[in-house]
Design a protein around this ligand. Structure first.
Ligand code: FAD
Length: 570
């Protein structure tokens, strides 16, 4: 295929890439090629099994990226998982379908991305979605699952709903009573996907309720459309870098790839090259193509095509921890999609003081993040982003933590994370060799508010387990346990447990940020890379700020909107 030419080349056949490929190939006269490093996982039980979360980890469909040793977080390296398959990370993720707080998406516009707000994104969340009404599935009777039809789509490609293993023994209702009985109650929220997430909810998942198998990007956006003659996919093909046309404009005309047989080829694009390789790959592909920080590129002998030093900066993730408690009931092979999203006023007993203290620290935080990357991202821009984040937390009341309850065997597992950490790091290439591992440094726990919020979420979980009826249904805290972290421990008292046991929450974003160029943006509000005439990024890299909820629903929606932008409809 080495002399082939296409209108559009999409690099990465993952969550966002397959949305773009599907929507562009709706135009019959438009040819689209998707380049995907992985293969098909249509019949891979580690993918399809709805109770199989984690089974794909460490297998050949997991990129298993390694971070640098995390100096603020106990010194060790973390594994950041990502799917290497047609369907990308949607084939190995936790299938949770939770969007964002409306005010968070509105902040994208506030910071300078015209046209990007909750109101303009909601139609795209819906466009992609095919919610399967739980009333159609008798196995969901009594489970407590619910939704508000105003916020959902019913005819899109992506099936969203609940599995046949959903617990329906009354635990959902008891959790609700427990949340109402807290000293500062967390109210029931019937549908957390309508732009207000605060509260206690049962959330839907990306699942085919009929077949009880995972719904991933390939099942939603590719397989039903694979007969389109203008839609092409090269599997097991690694994109190495973009190729450029000669001339005054910076225009991509193709992609250099390594084919499955090991040979290198260049495939041509006549219109656009669209990067969708994920937040830890797309910025590295830009660098390999000469787009980035000249000081970094020159170290590896790469000539600078576009001086865009913030490529790979602003990397944000969350940190995931868990507490475990004995359960007096035994649960087997059931799913319980129970989430709570406390606001700052609900999580922090002294929220006003916490807010005032954090506000005083923001200038120092901004300076610290800037100096860690040699002021490539600037203190004044970071301060602006941090102040927006502060406003979201303390004025708009977004959730500051997410708490998931997962009964398993005779244990109540919880997973939790502070929703919007302030720490920011980077991802950069380590070599001109496109197969070399990148240098990934999220700088977990660099800023002390991030530890404080993470510790406070743990205290909050302890309070939940001391509140009836959950208190009567559960036994001792088995991890970390009161002998490891005493009741009433301060942040210092929690630090060893948190930093010794956290993992990446697998939500890396902002490494090719959609922001005005003068604020350090890499792509403009049409997702085009600054300085190029025809290169876009459409994946998690472009999200300007972290979202509460999980990433996939927002990534699907952003890609849906991106497709309309490329088609000239927005
Ligand atoms: P991806 O879907 O990762 O797509 C990138 C694609 O590019 C991949 O297919 C990859 O193989 C390919 N690629 C990369 N480099 C190259 C190259 N050089 N050449 C060719 N192809 C390349 N989100 C949720 O909403 N709910 C959850 O429950 C949830 N759980 C998660 C659990 C885990 C373990 C992980 C890792 C993530 C989870 N997420 C969850 C996050 C969410 O799944 C991801 O943020 C999202 O899928 C990323 O989409 P993307 O389009 O940015 O990238």
């Amino acid at each position: 295929h080495s002399d082939s030419t296409y209108d559009y080349i999409v690099v990465g056949g993952g969550t966002s890439g397959l949305v773009i490929a599907n929507r562009l190939s709706e135009q019959k006269n438009t040819s689209v090629l998707v380049i995907e490093a992985g293969g098909s996982v249509y019949n891979n039980p580690n993918v399809t099994d709805t109770l199989g979360y984690g089974k794909a980890f460490g297998t050949d469909i997991d990129w298993a990226y390694k971070t640098t040793d995390q100096e603020y977080a106990g010194g060790s390296s973390q594994t950041v998982r990502a799917g290497k398959a047609l369907g990308g990370t949607s084939t190995i993720n936790g299938m949770v379908y939770l969007r964002a707080q409306a005010a968070q998406i509105n902040a994208w516009e506030t910071v300078g991305n015209k046209g990007w707000n909750w109101e303009s994104l909601l139609p795209y969340y819906k466009k992609g979605e095919q919610l399967q009404d739980p009333a159609q599935y008798p196995f969901l009777d009594g489970s407590g699952v619910a939704f508000d039809p105003a916020y959902h789509g019913f005819t899109g490609p992506l099936k969203v709903g609940w599995t046949s293993t959903q617990l329906n023994d009354g635990l959902a209702q008891k959790m609700n009573t427990t949340y109402q009985n807290l000293e500062v109650p967390v109210q029931y929220n019937r549908d957390p996907n309508g732009g207000d997430m605060v509260g206690y909810s049962l959330y839907p998942m990306t699942v085919d309720s009929e077949l009880n198998i995972r719904e991933d990007a390939a099942r939603a956006y590719y397989y039903p459309y694979q007969n389109r003659t203008n839609l092409h996919i090269w599997l097991n093909t690694h994109a190495n870098k973009l190729t450029w046309k000669d001339g005054p404009e910076v225009t991509a005309n193709g992609v250099e790839v390594t084919l499955s047989n090991g040979t290198t080829a260049v495939v041509k694009a006549t219109r656009e090259v669209i990067l969708a390789a994920g937040a830890l790959k797309s910025p590295v592909l830009l660098e390999l193509s000469g787009v980035g920080n000249p000081d970094i590129l020159s170290k590896y002998g790469i000539a600078t095509k576009i001086n865009l030093p913030t490529v790979g900066e602003n990397l944000q993730d969350q940190m995931n921890n868990g507490l475990q408690f004995d359960s007096k009931t035994s649960y087997s092979n059931k799913s319980a999609d129970y989430v709570s999203y406390p606001s700052a006023a609900q999580l922090f007993p002294n929220s006003t003081a916490v807010g005032a203290d954090l506000l005083r620290k923001l200038p120092a935080y901004a300076a610290q993040v800037a100096s860690a990357n040699g002021n490539i991202t600037r203190t004044r821009d970071l301060y602006r982003f941090f102040k927006i984040q502060w406003d979201l937390i303390f004025k708009h009341g977004i959730p500051v933590a997410e708490i998931l309850l997962e009964p398993s065997g005779t244990t109540y597992d919880t997973e939790y994370w502070a929703s919007v950490p302030f720490s920011r790091g980077s991802v950069h290439l380590s070599s001109a060799d496109p197969t070399a591992a990148a240098i990934i440094d999220p700088k977990y726990f660099m800023l002390d508010f991030d530890l404080h919020a993470q510790a406070q979420a743990a205290r909050f979980i302890r309070e939940i387990f001391q509140t009836k009826p959950l208190a009567d249904m559960s036994g001792a805290e088995t991890s970390p346990g009161l002998s490891t972290v005493s009741a009433g421990a301060d942040d210092e008292g929690w630090a060893d447990f948190i930093k010794g046991n956290y993992r990446s929450n697998f939500h890396p974003i902002t490494t090719a940020a959609m922001l005005p160029k003068e604020l350090g943006g890499v792509v403009d509000s049409s997702l085009k890379v600054y300085g190029t005439s025809n290169v876009r990024v459409v994946d998690a890299s472009v999200l300007p700020f972290q979202v509460c909820g999980h990433l996939q629903s927002t990534i699907y929606a952003v890609a849906e909107r991106a497709a309309d932008i490329i088609k000239g409809r927005v």
